[in-house]
Design a protein around this ligand. Sequence first.
Ligand SMILES: C[S@@+](CC[C@H](N)C(=O)[O-])C[C@H]1O[C@@H](n2cnc3c(N)ncnc32)[C@H](O)[C@@H]1O
Length: 246
Amino acid sequence: MDSIPANRRLWNRISSAYQREHDPQIGATPRLWGMYSIPDAHVQALGDVTGKRVLELGCGAGQWSRALAAEGADVVGLDLSEAQLAAAKASMGTPCYPLVQGAAEHLPFADDSFDLVFCDFGGLSWAPPHRAVPQAARVLRRGGRLVFNVASPWFETCYDEATARVTTTLHQDYFGLHTIAEGDDATSYQLTYGDWIRVLRAADLIIDDLIEPRPDPGTRNGYNETDPPDWAHHWPAEALWVTHKT
Ligand SMILES: C[S@@+](CC[C@H](N)C(=O)[O-])C[C@H]1O[C@@H](n2cnc3c(N)ncnc32)[C@H](O)[C@@H]1O
């Protein structure tokens, strides 16, 4: 299935409201992962990017790319949505970094051209992983790393559509996760743990770590209601995969 047109339309439509609501959290401090703003310094997923050629897959308003460019990375921000790219351009600052419109499914870059490809709820949440992971691997140099943060299968299976909150009851079929309807025909993607491992291995990626960021009790989820409020202190809400190309 091709979710590119509908996902592009969705993100063009919601971009301003999304940035109004979430930019204060995402852009507050550099290098914050996911729904709970877990500092990269706590989980050490990206490490030193100075002088590295870096691609952010689904950069949105570029909060991460902006921070990495300021640290001396040679970073490119790719996104499907022109509205999101306009938001990134508007908050560019110094140094500048290039923005490219494109889809994680068909990356417009040469083979072996990046040291690090990464995203935080970006292209690997919004493009079919069996298409986006091989593309990310293709553009990585040998030894280059693919690091990405997505919602965990735990979080998805415990999501109650009726109350729009994550609970302690299983509501979704784990083996039926795959695609998640996001409204307006848009789709996000989720795999079982086994399927993630198979997709990564099939693209010749070695799994170095699966970090399960654990927020302290009382840490706010800026995106979803959970019941109990400290749900993610007890169960993993996110899966932060750290891999490299053989
Ligand atoms: C939740 S945002 C992630 C960006 C940023 N990390 C954030 O948290 O706001 C998802 C981004 O993925 C982009 N996106 C959706 N589908 C995509 C695709 N197929 N390829 C690349 N980017 C895509 C959207 O336009 C949006 O900017």
